[in-house]
Design a protein around this ligand. Structure first.
Ligand code: NAP
Ligand code: G4F
Length: 363
């Protein structure tokens, strides 16, 4: 009987390939990370939560819906997580799922603490019981530092103190501490990525960069008249998300587990963001932006700017996309989507499904 070489090759490849499990695969980072790992030959499994309407538009936009293996689970339920870990037997786990919106965490602090903080213990306990040798990445955040004191270079690095300024930040700090506890207590390869804001054309509409790029595109095409924003003076360190998921992977490829700041080292204000985005389509932001006090948070972090020296030194990672280029990518993507949508073309994106009042209520 002749050998079916194609079939044999497929089996060999699947035997050799690493298995990655991503929680939050339907989110911005989950989708980019899935694509990055598939391109490197990984077998990629994604955990998604049960919703009444499927939410796979990012995977569709990247053309990878059929390439990832999707499995439903509740990240706050140990039994459900253990079941997935038993089935998938991952080599690497990227725990990205979270209630990721800072302002929303003031409206639902308990749910945020459970989903963004306690759930980390669920994943780590599950791994300790089922697959202790798997490498574990936890999506920590620059928000954990809050209004902290900067280092001598006037930036935030791994040695700066956590001073959480929101329930979201407190939940992420808990997750980060847990990742360290499991590393020190059980010798697990468990790390906390301290990523500063990273954005892309796949960003959720409730975050300020995408809220702006989407509104600029709609205004340019005559689909709306104004953009309501909150705190224009807040300064953030905004990078390009596809580069940040590469850093997540690099962190897990190191010999030992460690925590890293991933950032661009530059801060820009929300005002500058609006100015650049409107200028991209030849408009003056002052003609369209309305400051709405209701969109300001009970407490905000004034400035977040990261020092990525350690990541550069140890991971060989550095940001490649400038702030100006990031804004251009996002505005052009939304202009293209809305233009195609107006022509009746099917475009995988979220914006047409939001009523305007729900977009503006996101602070
Ligand atoms: P995102 O687009 O908001 O995605 C969040 C993901 O988590 C989605 O897949 C979402 O599922 C899932 N999720 C939310 N609540 C869940 C729950 N209760 N159970 C199961 N899944 C749940 O966020 P992102 O920008 O990709 O960020 C990824 C992670 O990095 C998050 O943990 C975030 O907090 C953290 N982080 C992000 C940044 C950034 O600038 N992007 C910076 C630092 C840290 P649905 O699609 O069903 O909603
Ligand atoms: O885009 P944002 O909502 O992002 P934020 O709060 O910095 O959080 C993001 O980055 C964190 C990393 O630092 C992640 F951990 C987190 O998951 C998320 O991805 O707001 C950015 C700034 C804030 O200061 C906010 O007050 O923009 C200000 N802002 C002003 N007007 C607004 C608005 N933010 C939103 N979302 N909507 C506004 O209308």
């Amino acid at each position: 009987m002749g050998l079916n070489w194609g079939f044999t090759l497929n089996i060999l490849v699947s035997l050799l390939s690493m298995i990655a499990l991503i929680t939050g695969i339907t989110g911005q980072d989950g989708a980019w990370l899935a694509k990055f790992l598939l391109d490197r030959g990984y077998e990629v499994w994604g955990v998604y939560r049960r919703l009444s309407t499927p939410n796979f538009w990012r995977l569709q936009a990247l053309g990878i819906t059929e390439k990832v293996k999707l499995v439903q689970a509740d990240i706050t339920d140990l039994a459900s997580v253990v079941e997935v870990l038993r089935r998938v037997q991952p080599d690497e786990v990227y725990h990205l799922a979270a209630q990721s919106h800072v302002a929303a965490s003031f409206d639902m602090p308990l749910a945020t603490l459970r989903e963004s903080g306690m759930a980390v213990a669920v994943l780590l306990e599950g791994l300790r019981k089922v697959k202790r040798d798997a490498k574990f990445y936890f999506a920590g955040s620059s928000e954990m530092f809050g209004n902290t004191s900067f280092n001598s270079r006037g930036k935030i690095d791994e040695s700066c103190l956590f001073r959480p300024a929101s329930p979201y930040a407190a939940a992420k700090a808990l997750g980060c501490y847990l990742a360290r506890v499991y590393r020190e207590a059980y010798g697990m390869f468990s790390v906390c990525g301290m990523l500063f804001n990273h954005e892309s054309e796949l960003r959720g509409l409730e975050f300020v960069t995408r809220k702006v790029s989407n509104a600029v595109a709609q205004i340019k095409l005559g689909l709306r008249k104004e953009l309501r924003l909150g705190n224009l003076e807040a300064r953030r360190d905004w990078g390009y998300a596809p580069e940040y998921v590469e850093a997540m992977w690099l962190i897990l490829q190191q010999e030992g587990p460690d925590d890293y700041v991933i950032a661009t080292g530059e801060a820009h204000s929300v005002r500058e963001l609006a100015e650049l985005a409107f200028a991209e389509v030849g408009l003056d932001w002052r003609d369209y932006v309305v400051v709405d006090e209701a969109l300001k948070r009970p407490r905000d972090v004034d400035v977040l700017v990261g020092d990525y020296s350690k990541a550069e030194r140890e991971l060989g990672w550095r940001p490649r996309t400038s702030f100006r280029e990031l804004v251009r990518i996002m505005v052009r993507a939304d202009l293209d989507r809305w233009s195609r949508w107006l022509k009746g073309e099917p475009v995988p994106f979220d914006a047409p499904f939001y009523v305007e009042s729900s977009i503006v209520s996101g602070r």
